[in-house]
Design a protein around this ligand. Structure first.
Ligand SMILES: [Zn+2]
Length: 101
């Protein structure tokens, strides 16, 4: 299927609005070892360009995962409950998401 960068950014902005997270810069580029990174302090979000070829639910997973680190810096109880609230059974999506090639 595939989507372009602008569509992906629009998706990120929608989630950011929904989750009430400030996003300053969204960068989509090739990344070696991860799907995304987020620096809450500067509002910088970087996404792996390979995500453009992946399913919607996987993209949503990665986006929400990073944005929630704004409120929950680690993957503890709070993060898990927010993930479930927004994505439902996120672990199932997680299992589709292997390491970037
Ligand atoms: Zn994380």
């Amino acid at each position: 299927m595939g989507q372009d960068k602008e569509a992906f950014k629009t998706r990120v902005h929608k989630w950011a609005e929904k989750l009430n997270v400030q996003v300053q810069v969204i960068s989509i580029r090739s990344m070696k070892n991860k799907w995304a990174s987020y620096t809450p302090k500067s509002g910088l979000l970087i996404f792996n360009i390979e995500l453009l070829e992946m399913d919607d639910d996987v993209c949503n997973y990665v986006i929400v995962h990073e944005l929630l680190h704004n409120q929950a810096p680690n993957h503890g109880k709070l993060w898990k409950s927010l993930m479930t609230a927004h994505l439902g059974d996120y672990k199932e999506i997680e299992s589709k998401l292997k390491h970037p090639s």
